[in-house]
Design a protein around this ligand. Structure first.
Ligand SMILES: [Zn+2]
Length: 89
């Protein structure tokens, strides 16, 4: 199902490729594109913007927390425990 984005040159309609992506923030990026038609060579920028969610992520807050904890070393966990204890004092 996964496929690369098809971008076409607006001048000659040939397939174009993304040469560079500039990530402005998590919901907005700029694609710097180049037309693959050697007779054209048009360079242009496409704006890619997040629209909306059609299915919510399986990474709920709880799962995210679990995932993060799994990546911690025992030392990290000990430190975390100490911090949590200090916090609840
Ligand atoms: Zn072109």
């Amino acid at each position: 199902m996964a496929r690369t984005t098809d971008i076409y040159c607006k001048v000659c309609n040939a397939k174009s490729v993304i040469e560079r992506t500039e990530r402005i923030h998590s919901e907005f990026a700029r694609y710097y594109c180049v037309c693959k038609n050697p007779q054209c060579g048009h360079r242009f920028v496409m704006n890619m913007e997040f629209s909306h969610t059609t299915r919510s992520s399986k990474l709920t807050k709880e799962n995210l927390l679990k995932l993060t904890l799994q990546q911690l070393s025992q030392e990290d966990k000990d430190n975390l425990m100490r911090l949590l204890k200090e916090e609840s004092r």
